[in-house]
Design a binder for this molecule. Sequence first.
Ligand SMILES: [Zn+2]
Length: 159
Amino acid sequence: MPTENAQGELLKVTFTHPMPYDWSIGLYGSRFFQEIKENRRFIGIRCHGCGLVYVPPRRVCGPCFTELTELVPLSDTGVITAFSVVNYPFIDPNTGAQRPIPYTYGYIRLDGADNIFSHIINETDLNRIRVGMKVRAVFRETEKMEGNIQDIRHFQIIG
Ligand SMILES: [Zn+2]
């Protein structure tokens, strides 16, 4: 692939491509973030077919294909099931800005739920974080709540 034209200059095409968009998070997604925004509380949804509880709520149970309709309140605490301390900078898809490194991304099983929930854990010292540790959600200041995933600032280790 040529990198220069006949005059020895690189060819380039410059364009601006702003692409703002909105997308629907659905009825249960809306309820999930509304509950966080207004009450600082998680809700999940229970399958009346197999009993599994999912967070965030979804419309159908994957294992048994039952339509899900029973919203249930969940704790703001849970257990770390996996984590990774990230030391490589990249653009955060939630903000469009580079997240300062290091930071820890983790999978958390909220108390009362059967699936895992992913979010930031505010501990990057590998000597102070382990799978199985208890964490609690730390929410944004009330006046800054927006009804999206960033309303949860991070999860904090509590034991
Ligand atoms: Zn089910």
